[in-house]
Design a protein around this ligand. Sequence first.
Ligand code: GLC
Length: 481
Amino acid sequence: MKIAILASEGAPYVKSGGLGDVMEALPAALSRIEGNEVFLMLPYYKKIKENPKYSVELVAQLQVELGWRKQYAGIMRLTNRDDAVTVYFIDSEYYFGAREGAIYGEGDDGERFAFFSKACLDGMVAMGLIPDVIQCNDWQCGMVPTYLKAMYRPMFPDTKCMYTIHNIEYQGWADAHFFDDVLQLPWEYRSCLDMNGAVNVMKAAIETCDMVTTVSESYARELMYPYYAHGLDSVIAGNAWKLTGITNGIDVNTFNPETDPALPAHYNAETFRKGKAECKAALQKELGLPVRPDVPLMVMVTRLAGHKGLDLLCYIARRLLSEENVQIAILGTGEAQYESFFRGLAAEYPEQVSAKITFNLALASRMYAGGDIYMMPSKSEPCGLSQMNAMHYGTVPVVHATGGLRDTVPGVDDHGLNGLGYSFQSYNGDDFLWALKRCLSLYENDRPAFENLQHRGMTTDFSWNVPAGKYMELFRSMCQK
Ligand code: GLC
């Protein structure tokens, strides 16, 4: 099957969050399935262009029409990738190459990604690469299914389009005149794009694609509810017949405690007691915490954004630190209120708290390896990858039972048996604290059971093999229709 994957970010080239990780692992997993031909299309951001590691060749040149605009796009093929995935970058000096900033957050993001979506389709036509399936992701690629249906059918007569929602919070809103000024669609698509008198790109994508997926089974169910759907619940409900949840995997080759070059000691599911103890001691030292093997080290690697459940941690932090003999280590950047809270907490409790307000992938690995307990109390979590990284590195997760956290962290029973971690149902600080205390109690009072729990996490298959198979099933069923 010929599969085109379109996204606004993909590791290792460019990544701001989980989408970038998925776009590294999913195309690779699909390309390992016999008979597949997979290509990935990404914007040619300045930081990719300037990275000497990536060599490219120009394979097509186009003029992309966006309303009254005609914008140049170059299709650059990456020439030094060593697996079966072909990567094409969409080169536009105007929209991507000359922008200094981070990958998102420009005033004209709507126009930039409408351009990207159209350039991908025009690029495929120019290269004569007409796929069986296009899989496109999040609001940035949300115009792809709509353009395909409204304007590109003659060139893609049999191509099916899957639209994947990684986070429904970001929908691609624009004011009404964006429809005429930029999108230039036939007028009958006006109502499809319209939401409350404005343009909503994600809404149109959900309506026009052949199939919608999201990144966990629970999140697919949650999206029916206003609390989770950020205004799109009725659109989701109307399209529920074509919505499926497929829980993400993690890249077990990149995230592997036996080989991870960032770690001071390596280990596997049999040698983790010794390996993790070494990693823990080194991490405590690195973070400036007392090196204490007996004190449970509770870690969190996260964007410091509200929906990650940081308000709960702020609310219980002092109680936790005074009632329990624990160390807490936080790594991440984000909203100023949380950055300053955790900096303050570390200053107040230097023996117990470390706050590294920075983005550091190597340190993230060392935290997954050196921690005993991983905290992830997200308010909502479409899938979440770091809880899986943590378990894969033998660190026990304590999570809010929502979205992918519910699906990937089945709860442990009262004897520490079964399950992979601890969770709480109702989003509040006291229940989070109670879940942490249950986990700490197992650590303190029944270490063999805690170690069995670590072992169960380490031996659970979080690889992409199973989810890639599920994507294939859906691709096949779309193509049969
Ligand atoms: C988004 C979601 C996260 C998910 C990731 C990859 O970042 O917020 O839950 O794991 O996408 O699908």
